[in-house]
Ligand binder design. Structure first.
Ligand SMILES: [Zn+2]
Length: 259
């Protein structure tokens, strides 16, 4: 994992879902970028155009400050309508995501969980999966879904529930995560709201307790493509195939795995 793209619907989702992991990866020298697809806030007025432009500008300024704290290499914004992405052609969202995948060539993407209550989150996940169809040319090897407090846990449908199977230790950066969220003047909330600092710490503690760590973020691995080099890293020569044949002599990946 060297080049990561976070694809989120709204400003603040990139902190809520994956902020701690971003800080950990950035500290390890990984390039992490954010792509925010919807403008945020405009669903809070009767009509989208009733939201003053300076509200969006301020939100993006907040996002830039938060991005600095979290260690993002860059943050890009699109202008899809807030909480109205079900009214946009899915193809247009896919094209936007594809454009940034082409621009940045990420090997790993973190995005929303498909079972979230928020319609924009669901559309973004669908667009990412479509944009990352493994057609041979794409660079994306791993796709993870993150949970977004105040959306993921509020969709009470069992079949779409969020069940993490990957955990990242964020014990050393939990304060940075809550500080990042504090940057969002219009989005920060008081406890017991799920986006409050206390609730974010509590969720991280719970995910930590799920995984033997103090504080953690949990993810669902949606897809991973393991190339031969990656398999060599995971399973040093001699371990796969019982050490019968060196990698160079096996001819094909399938023979190695079946040996
Ligand atoms: Zn959101």
């Amino acid at each position: 994992m060297r080049n990561v793209l976070i694809v989120a619907a709204h400003p603040d989702d990139e902190i809520l879902g994956v902020g701690g992991t971003v800080r950990v990866l950035a500290d390890a020298g990984v390039v992490v970028r954010a792509l925010i697809l919807a403008e945020g806030q405009t669903s809070r007025t009767e009509k989208r155009e009733d939201t003053p432009p300076d509200v969006i500008i301020r939100l993006r300024e907040n996002a830039a400050v938060a991005a600095e704290i979290m260690g993002f290499a860059s943050i890009d914004f699109c202008d899809f309508p807030d909480n109205r992405m079900d009214g946009v052609d899915l193809l247009d969202i896919i094209k936007a995501v594809s454009q940034y995948i082409e621009k940045y060539s990420p090997d790993t993407i973190f995005t929303h969980h498909h079972g979230d209550l928020n319609i924009d989150h669901r559309r973004v996940c669908e667009a990412v999966l479509t944009a990352c169809r493994p057609a041979g040319k794409d660079t994306v090897r791993r796709i993870y879904a993150f949970e977004t407090p105040s959306s993921t846990e509020w969709n009470y449908t069992y079949e779409n529930s969020f069940r993490p199977n990957v955990y990242v230790d964020i014990s050393e950066v939990i304060d940075a995560k809550t500080r990042g969220m504090e940057c969002y003047e219009s989005e920060r909330t008081e406890f017991p709201h799920p986006r409050s600092g206390e609730a974010l710490r509590a969720l991280a503690q719970y995910r930590g307790s799920n995984s033997g760590m103090e504080y953690a973020e949990g993810f669902m691995l949606l897809r991973e493509i393991l190339e031969i080099e990656r398999l060599r890293d995971l399973y040093p020569m001699g371990r796969i195939g019982g050490g019968i044949k060196p990698w160079a002599d096996t001819g094909s990946h399938c023979r190695v795995l079946a040996a």
